[in-house]
Design a protein around this ligand. Structure first.
Ligand SMILES: [Ca+2]
Ligand SMILES: [Ca+2]
Length: 302
C-alpha cells in the first residue's frame, strides 16, 4: 500500500543501484574504478571508507572559512547559513522528513520538474509510504532524484548543488571537475559538511563511529532527524550530514535526454547501514530513478 502503481516498478527494480568504488592512487591523482553493485540487503553493503586522496590531511585546513553560521542571516526557517571564501548559501538543518514530504504529496507536487525528469510520473515514495505517524520525523527515503529535486522546488529551495547551479561530475573525463561533488569550494553540500573544507567530518577533523546514525551495528535503521545531538556541523545547527540517510545532490552525469532516468547522480554522507563516512566520499552514486531505504536528501537555498 502506498506505492504508486502508475510507476514502472520492473524497470526500476532491474537496475536500481550503481556506485563507484573509489580508490586513491598517489598523493595527488585520483584513480577511480567503476563497480556495479546489485541491490543487496542494506546491512551487507561492502562499503569502504572511501575518503578521497584529494582531500588528505595535508590539504585540510587550506580553505578560508570567512564566517561561521550566522544566527541573524536571512535564511528560511530550519535552515542554516553557510559562508565560506567561495560560497554563501542556506542549507536545511535536517534531512527532509516524512512529515515534510507529506505536505508535498498533499499538494500534488506543485512546483515543477527538472527537464530531465519527464519520465518521472509520481512523487510518491516507492515504499514505507504513507509513513506511520510515529515515523513523521524520520528522514523520507525511497524517493528518486527527481522527487528530491521537485520537493526542493516546491519548498522554494533547490537540491543542494554548486555555486553556479548543478555540479558537473564529469566522472569519466577525469580532471579537476571530477571532484566537484565533493569540492568544498564549489559544492554546497561538501562546504557545509566540512566547514568549508577544513575538516573531514561534520563534527570534527576525523570520522568517529559513535556520534552519528551510521556504522554496521545490528539492526540498523533510520532515526528521527537531529536526534543524535553530537552529529552536528560542519556549521552549528546542521544535523546528520554523516549517516542516517544518503543525501541526493544536484550532480549527475549528463547522458542523452532519452536516457536521463539512467544518468548517475551523486549522493553524499552515507546512510544508517554504512560505515560512518567523511564529507569527501564519492561512493554514493545511484541512477537518477533509483530509490533506496537509506537514500534521502536535504535542500539548499541562496
Ligand atoms: Ca518518483
Ligand atoms: Ca545524512
Amino acid at each position: 500500500m502506498g506505492r504508486d502503481e502508475r510507476y514502472l516498478p520492473d524497470v526500476v527494480a532491474g537496475r536500481r543501484r550503481r556506485r563507484l568504488c573509489a580508490s586513491a592512487c598517489g598523493s595527488a591523482m585520483l584513480v577511480f574504478f567503476a563497480c556495479t553493485y546489485r541491490v543487496a540487503p542494506v546491512a551487507s553493503d561492502n562499503f569502504g571508507n572511501g575518503r578521497d586522496a584529494a582531500f588528505d590531511s595535508a590539504e585540510l585546513g587550506t580553505s578560508d572559512v570567512s564566517a561561521e553560521a550566522n544566527a541573524f542571516a536571512p535564511c528560511p526557517d530550519k535552515m542554516v547559513r553557510v559562508v565560506t571564501a567561495t560560497l554563501d548559501f542556506c542549507i536545511d538543518a535536517y534531512e527532509v522528513t516524512n512529515a515534510d514530504y507529506a505536505k508535498f504529496i498533499a499538494d500534488n507536487g506543485v512546483g515543477g520538474q527538472e527537464p530531465r525528469c519527464s519520465w518521472n510520473t509520481s512523487f510518491v515514495p516507492f515504499a514505507n509510504w504513507p509513513a506511520r505517524e510515529a515515523d513523521s520525523n524520520l528522514p523520507v527515503d525511497q524517493i528518486d532524484w527527481c522527487d528530491a529535486w521537485a520537493y526542493c522546488r516546491f519548498a522554494g529551495k533547490r537540491l543542494c548543488g554548486g555555486r553556479d547551479g548543478a555540479l558537473d561530475p564529469k566522472r569519466r573525463a577525469g580532471g579537476s571537475a571530477f571532484i566537484e561533488p565533493i569540492d568544498p569550494a564549489r559544492s554546497h553540500w561538501a562546504a557545509a559538511c566540512s566547514k568549508g573544507g577544513t575538516q573531514q567530518a561534520p563534527y570534527g577533523v576525523a570520522t568517529r563511529d559513535d556520534v552519528c546514525v551510521c556504522s554496521l551495528a545490528q539492526d540498523p535503521k533510520r532515526e528521527a532527524v537531529g536526534s543524535r545531538t553530537q552529529c552536528v556541523g560542519g556549521f552549528d545547527g546542521i544535523f546528520d550530514m554523516s549517516g542516517n540517510v544518503w543525501e541526493w545532490i544536484d550532480a549527475c552525469t549528463d547522458t542523452a535526454p532519452e536516457s536521463a532516468s539512467s544518468d548517475e547522480c551523486y549522493s553524499l554522507g552515507g546512510g544508517f547501514d554504512n560505515p560512518c563516512l567523511p564529507c569527501f566520499d564519492l561512493n554514493g552514486m545511484f541512477v537518477r530513478e533509483a530509490h533506496e531505504t537509506n537514500l534521502g536528501f536535504r535542500c539548499c537555498a541562496q
